[in-house]
Write a protein that binds this ligand. Structure first.
Ligand code: 1CP
Length: 359
């Protein structure tokens, strides 16, 4: 293991491990991104995947929100994308401006195009280097989160060839070719295992898996197709890291939190369609993350304050019993049109309304 400066703010890790807190830790999905003028400035001169592949640039962009918001943020997330995994598996992906695969997987026959064996650490070593560099530069200010996409979400991108509203092609695969689908899902899961272990060894202090397309599956199909690969990832990553294991979060957008909680993760991310009081029966050892509607950030100061307060009350109420440990966040990524000062106000409101009653 690499040696790093001591951690000065461990709220995120305490919340993930179920320990007492002075207030809820807070970070925001996509916090290093297009709503920040400093990110858009970096983007003017560099292609998206060039930033991902250049540790110095990925480090710079990862730290941009930490420099801007200082003590208001309790975590950094490494700048990268979930689609670096399909790239490592031999598929071409470009950003123009959304993700585009020139040669998606049309039928199971196309799986022959993917190499049988992949040297994941070699293909994605640039992410490990970015993580190590970022941890050093952060100097212990906040913990650094590593991440990957869930096998189902990645499979959907590999088949659709980009973002899709209906997921018609990828869902057709599930129903027409269930066995090949399951094989592909486990193949992707194995790549994710090696990748997440590599990120933790390089210095990531918490690992999050994004199943952004989970909500397109019925509870039965989520359980049949997505959940086994998610479980495989949590089990194998913890097993391989052994005493160096770090907490793991599952954000399965749109999936039933009860089903997501069966994945073996320490933290379950909630989107904004879930009332935190309704998940109070989940095992108390599981911590929660979320879940303000990202568009509230367009509603102005009064609405942000009112809705953050409502969110804090709901998470801290605990449905009558002891509340779950909680990491404040949005219910999905921050969107490009948000005023960075409104994001600051969101962070300030979380600090104000989540203080106390967490010990
Ligand atoms: O032109 C640009 O600069 C591209 C915009 C952009 C950014 C800033 C993309 C393209 N990806 C990212 C960074 C990114 N993506 C991060 C960085 C760390 C942070 O959170 O600050 C992370 C964690 C992701 C993860 C990601 N990429 C997800 C899962 C999370 C989610 O929002 O659901 C998904 C589905 C993607 C695919 C993707 N990458 C980019 C786009 C435009 C898309 C399509 C989906 C979308 O529009 O969000």
């Amino acid at each position: 293991m690499v040696e790093f400066p001591p951690l000065k703010n461990d709220r995120l890790l305490r919340a993930a491990r179920g320990e007492p807190l002075d207030r809820a830790p807070v970070w925001v999905m996509r916090q290093a991104g297009r709503y920040l003028p400093e990110f858009r400035e970096t983007r003017k001169n560099h292609d998206f995947f060039e930033i991902c592949r250049t540790p110095e640039l990925a480090k710079e962009v990862t730290i941009q929100p930490i420099d801007r918001y200082g003590d208001l943020l309790d975590a950094a997330i490494i700048f990268s994308d979930i689609l670096v995994v399909p790239q490592a598996m031999g598929m071409e992906v470009i950003m123009n401006p959304g993700p585009h695969f020139p040669e998606p997987l049309d039928t199971p026959d196309d799986l022959k195009r993917l190499p049988e064996t992949i040297d994941v650490d070699k293909e994605l070593g640039y992410v490990y280097d970015a993580i190590t560099l970022t941890r050093k530069e952060l100097g212990g200010r906040v913990p650094l989160i590593g991440f990957c996409g869930a096998p189902w979400t990645l499979m959907a991108y590999m088949i659709e060839g980009g973002s899709s509203k209906t997921l018609q092609k990828s869902k057709t695969w599930l129903f027409k070719h269930p066995e090949e689908s399951q094989k592909l899902l486990m193949r992707i899961a194995d790549v994710c295992v090696t990748y997440l272990v590599g990120q933790a060894r390089a210095g990531a202090q918490l690992l999050q898996v994004f199943d952004s397309n989970a909500g397109d599956l019925s509870p039965y199909d989520f359980t049949t197709f997505s959940l086994p690969s998610l479980k495989h990832i949590a089990t194998k990553v913890k097993e391989r890291l052994g005493s160096d294991a770090v907490p793991m979060t599952l954000f399965a957008k749109g999936a039933s939190p009860t089903l997501a909680a069966r994945g073996g993760y320490d933290v379950i991310g909630l989107d904004w369609t879930v009332d935190p009081r309704d998940v109070s029966t989940l095992p108390i050892e599981i911590s929660l993350q979320g879940n303000l509607d990202p568009t509230v950030l367009y509603g102005g100061r009064d609405a942000i304050e009112r809705e953050v307060r409502r969110m804090c009350d709901a998470f801290l109420a605990g449905g009558g019993g002891k509340p779950h440990r909680w990491i404040a966040n949005l219910g999905h990524g921050i969107t490009p049109g948000v005023d960075p000062e409104d994001m600051r106000w969101f962070l300030q409101c979380v600090q104000k309304y989540s203080a106390g009653s967490l010990d």
